[in-house]
Design a protein around this ligand. Sequence first.
Ligand code: PMP
Length: 295
Amino acid sequence: MLVYIDGAYLSPEDAKISVFDHGLLYGDGVFEGIRCYNGNVFMLDEHLERLYDSAKSIMLEIPIAIDAMKHNVLETLRRNQLREGYIRLIVTRGIGDLGLDPEKCPNPSVVIIADRIQLYPEKYYEDGLEIVTVSVRRNYPEAINPRVKSLNYLNNILAKIEAKQSGAVEALMLNNDGYVVECSGDNIFLVKDEIIITPPSHIGILEGVTRNTVISLAHEAGFQVEERVFTRHDIYIADECFLTGTAAEVIPVVKLDRRVIGEGKPGIVTQKLIAAFRHLANNFGTPIFACEEKE
Ligand code: PMP
């Protein structure tokens, strides 16, 4: 395996970042998780746009232009001979002193890891997930905005710990006002009377690339989609519920807080969207090997 760090392709043993990097010291940096299917990178431009937007929001200047980043992602996949897999793109604030001041970190670092992906068992897609609401609230947007995909994921990790302690794989998180926002690593949707509803990005979610893709697919399939706030009660009484994320794709939820949702099995709308998503992911994207890119 070869890992890209700041222009070099290194073996895993040599792929190291300094202990003085503020990404390690303070979670100061941004990242993306991207998939490739069947020799194509899925939604690469959308992920890169979010990466650069996240960086801009925290005043982190990515040292290379977006086109060069795109080239490096594709080149990392080519060097690893990967046609199916997962890409972790990380930009850290870089090496500084032990203080907080990011101005003391003049050289942000870019890391690209490409690996195979451990998929959720197919059983989850057939039977649906059981999730629980956790007591940890999603970050308040005016403190750490969830729209920034930052290296500081402690909020999500605490939620995940709590969910696992309750025997669930995913945690439903609420914002400070008690509205449903998202899960620890996935966005959430409900279906009620054939209307698909998901929380709007301003209430404190990461605006998922998969979420946006699913909204488009739902529109194309003729469904009405609404981005609006709702509470746990709305999920308890929904006909269907599902999560979206780069790793999970579209995954049905059949129980929340021990309440059965709808008929307790993946619903028809969810199944349609799973099929539409899989078709898109397997047939569209940025080719890894075919295109000889211009430098
Ligand atoms: N919310 C959070 C907190 C996440 O970490 C992720 C995964 N990146 C998502 C939502 C889903 O986003 P995406 O579809 O872009 O993977």
